[in-house]
Design a protein around this ligand. Structure first.
Ligand SMILES: *[C@@H]1O[C@H](CO)[C@@H](O)[C@H](O)[C@H]1NC(C)=O
Ligand SMILES: *[C@@H]1O[C@H](CO)[C@@H](O)[C@H](O)[C@H]1NC(C)=O
Ligand SMILES: *[C@@H]1O[C@H](CO)[C@@H](O)[C@H](O)[C@H]1NC(C)=O
Length: 453
């Protein structure tokens, strides 16, 4: 018989003392009752259902937005630690006090390129009340401003993973920002919904107000199609409705790692980088290969020591596979890409151009596989397809994702995450993904956006 691990066999001295009064079964009973109570309360007050929203891709900026601010769009920023939007200057807003827990949460992460200053320190002219100030950051322009921490009403639809089920409004703690901070964001956008690993980012606030897990899933559509985001876990069904939830195709996940002070999401490609299954020789094959994810960079950025070997390996594999398709990258349409090809000579499959695959073999055993859909960016009116991996620039303004201290080896951008269900799970501290779904007949824009009658 298998030895069973019981409290009696492995009793800790501390438990032993207490067990005179509290038997383990009593504790379990109490824990269960507390949970039932807590879940009921959360269920009554907030519904306890995940929230979904349609994700649009802006053609001009390649940024992704969700219409959560009275229907007005906010930009999704995987590396943003707070939510910020412009405040109506005319109307007075209520401002959090400095000793508010949320004010402290807002100061946990320091914006890139921003000199240290008195975060939320008392106003010189006001000794009675300390107003909480935060530092909203624009991930595109790299600018940082100052703004009051306030409360705004955001809204989204509850979902069962199949349809939107009707609107849910909730109060979120956000930072005000001057209208000038909107520079570089899509026309009409009123701010940024930070999705980072902070106690005050959008996923954490949805989790707290709705009583759902701190976990969210992104299914970004390719080529300006509408994708879907779900906050709070649960299944995700795409047309046709008879097919199982996409979440059943998820990998077991890879551990989320920290990179310096960044609130962003990083994993470790500890088992190397491969092109068409052949390992790419890197200068320092023992250095940890940190891979970050960014929804505010259009395509992949690589540190120079990884960029050169990967480009060389991809170029060579293309030479073997599609000789004669290469077009000079000197054409202006190709900038900033080094490897561009004549689209009509590449052929086409459900997974995009049939070009060599790039894979990042991750800690935990899964691989992030990049096929044509996610590696080739079509430019020049469709005539040219370029390998969308560029060299990271020193002192890039990209902000939290690449900023601060040493850069991660790789930052995968929006193009690399499209047509893939990616789940960022702060409860399990993992990132899980299905891999590219088009080859299996799924498309991120096939969510049923109709509210059932
Ligand atoms: C809920 O979904 C419906 C249908 O897609 C949409 O028209 C509506 O704007 C959504 N409501 C919110 C609050 O997002
Ligand atoms: C691409 O290939 C097609 C077919 O071979 C050819 O007609 C076209 O001129 C090529 N375009 C460029 C930009 O080389
Ligand atoms: C989408 O959902 C609505 C409401 O449940 C349903 O009536 C409709 O048939 C669904 N559409 C498809 C294509 O499944």
């Amino acid at each position: 018989m298998e030895p069973r691990s019981t409290n009696e066999q492995h009793t800790h001295p501390y438990q032993l003392q207490n067990s005179k009064m509290w038997q383990p079964k009593d504790l379990i009973l109490i824990a269960v009752s507390l949970c039932v109570l807590a879940c009921t309360v959360a269920g009554d007050e907030a519904g306890g259902r995940p929230l979904m929203m349609a994700v649009s891709k802006d053609a001009a900026t390649s940024l992704y937005t969700v219409p959560i601010n009275s229907g007005r769009p906010m930009v999704l920023d995987l590396s943003g630690p707070i939510i910020w939007s412009t405040c109506d200057d005319g109307a007075s807003h209520d401002t959090l006090e400095c000793n508010d827990m949320d004010c402290m949460r807002a100061h946990r992460f320091h914006p890139p390129n921003c000199p240290h200053n008195g975060n939320g320190m008392p106003d010189a002219g006001n000794t009675h009340r300390c107003k909480c100030t935060a530092h909203p950051h624009n991930p595109v322009s790299g600018d940082t401003a100052s703004g009051d921490m306030t409360r705004v009403t955001l809204s989204a639809n509850a979902t069962d993973g199949r349809n939107p089920l009707g609107p849910v409004a909730f109060t979120a703690v956000t930072s005000c920002a001057p209208a000038s901070l909107l520079a570089g964001l899509p026309v009409g956008a009123v701010g940024v919904a930070g999705l980072g690993r902070s106690g005050i980012a959008f996923p954490a606030q949805v989790a707290r107000t709705q009583g759902v897990p701190k976990s969210f899933a992104l299914c970004l559509g390719s080529r300006q199609t509408t994708g879907v985001a779900i906050f709070g876990g649960g299944p995700l069904f795409l047309f046709p409705a008879s097919r199982p939830s996409l979440t059943e195709l998820l990998s077991s996940g890879t551990p989320l790692r920290k990179h310096g002070e960044s609130p962003g999401y990083y994993v470790s490609a500890s088992r190397g980088v491969f092109v068409d299954g052949a390992q790419v020789p890197l200068e320092d094959s023992y250095a940890p290969l940190t891979v970050g994810f960014s929804t505010t960079t259009a395509y992949a950025q690589l540190r120079r020591d990884v960029y050169r070997p990967l480009i060389d390996a991809f170029e060579q594999a293309m030479e073997e596979q599609a000789a004669g398709a290469r077009v000079p990258s000197s054409s202006p349409a190709a900038a900033p890409f080094e490897l561009c090809y004549n689209s009509s000579k590449l052929g086409q499959t459900r997974s995009g151009f049939p070009v060599p695959t790039v894979s990042f073999r991750l800690e935990g055993g899964t691989s992030w596989l990049v096929q044509g859909v996610n590696s080739m960016l079509v430019v020049n009116g469709g005539a040219t397809a370029c390998f969308a991996f560029v060299e990271m620039k020193e002192g890039d303004k990209a902000g939290y994702a690449t900023g601060g201290g040493s850069a991660p080896a790789v930052v995968l951008g929006g193009l690399q995450m499209e047509e893939n269900l990616v789940v960022f799970d702060e409860e399990k501290q993992t990132m899980a993904f299905t891999g590219q779904i088009n080859g299996r007949g799924f498309f991120c824009n096939n969510f049923n956006f109709t509210v059932p009658a």
